[in-house]
Design a protein around this ligand. Structure first.
Ligand code: GRG
Length: 294
């Protein structure tokens, strides 16, 4: 099966699996659940769940990786809803749709984002209750990734760096925490689900694949922000400059950013070779992420 077909199948599987865990549109308070569904089903690529599923395929076992992917997507969706708020990046458009606070209102968007955080852990607790050690490890990994030393910390540093003179150390910190940490967790959680020990050398190696891949992903994101249109991206183009963000473009220019994205992806492929296993899909996914156009 060609990669794009496999990706479509996985995207559909992820989308349809949410119904098992997400309160319906008509659950009280209706406005909150409408807002959650608006952002969750606005057309995201589902890359983090797909990365997790591809990592699980390295050494597959009978455990279902989909719920762990849903948990990641809950945290990702909350972070996008909050990132778009007027007090953060103040964006009107996301995934080709009005952002949550534009479609509803700011308080509803804050609450919709808030509600996705416990939902992520509820899904993990429910889905993996028969393998409690794995469930606890997955919850621990996701909590650490979403916390102040990673996702939230990266966002804080990103916000306080707006308008500052770009420097590489700060940029790498922001990209590593805000973006790469979730990509790293996607691969490590998929690998852990495959029964690999929490402290195994290979879990560390797959984490290094994720870190390199995450840095490549953000470099591509910086490039797309300046080279694509709003309708291609589904979010406001040229937004980074408007917000005074420090990016690879502001630090080194487009040419260097393109080179860096390719170098980080190459590094990810090289480390992946030492992990072994059935890595074909993950390799294809990494190439797709480098060459994506939204
Ligand atoms: C508010 C705690 C908090 C964190 C925000 C995710 C994030 C941190 C900020 C969003 C803005 C941004 C540029 C983040 C970097 C990660 C990134 C490129 C997110 C977009 O991911 P895609 O392209 O989005 O996978 P879709 O919509 O396809 O899911």
């Amino acid at each position: 099966m060609i990669f794009s077909e496999k990706m479509k199948i996985w995207q559909n599987l992820i989308n349809s699996s949410f119904d098992q865990y997400l309160p319906n549109f008509d659950c009280q308070p209706v406005r909150l659940h409408e807002a959650m569904r608006h952002s969750l089903f606005a057309g995201g690529k589902r890359l983090r769940p797909i990365l997790l599923m591809a990592a699980h395929e390295l050494f597959p076992n009978e455990l279902d990786p989909v719920p762990a992917g849903l948990a990641l997507e809950c945290i990702h969706t909350y972070s996008l809803i909050h990132d778009d708020l007027p007090s953060m990046d103040n964006s009107d458009l996301r995934r080709g749709q009005p952002t949550c606070h534009m479609k509803f209102d700011e308080a509803t968007a804050v609450l919709a984002g808030d509600a996705f955080q416990p939902l992520a852990f509820e899904i993990l607790a429910k889905a993996y209750k028969n393998t409690p050690t794995i469930a606890i490890d997955l919850m621990h990994m996701l909590a650490e990734t979403a916390g102040s030393l990673n996702l939230v910390g990266g966002q804080m540093q990103d916000l306080i760096s707006e308008g500052s003179v770009p420097n590489e150390k700060n940029l790498l910190y922001i990209h590593s925490k805000k973006t790469a940490a979730m990509i790293k967790a996607s691969l490590q959680m998929g690998f852990r689900l495959g029964g690999n020990g929490k402290n195994s050398d290979k879990l560390k190696l797959i984490g290094e694949v994720g870190e390199a891949l995450g840095l490549a992903f953000q470099a591509v994101d910086d490039l797309l922000d300046v080279s694509s249109t709003t309708s291609e991206l589904g979010k406001d183009a040229d937004h980074d400059k408007e917000c005074g963000k420090i990016t690879w473009i502001s630090l080194k220019g487009e040419r260097e950013a393109r080179k860096l994205a390719a170098e980080y992806t190459k590094k990810a492929h090289e480390i992946l070779k030492s992990v072994g296993g059935n890595s074909l899909i993950l390799q294809e996914l990494m190439n797709y992420m480098l060459n994506r156009n939204y």
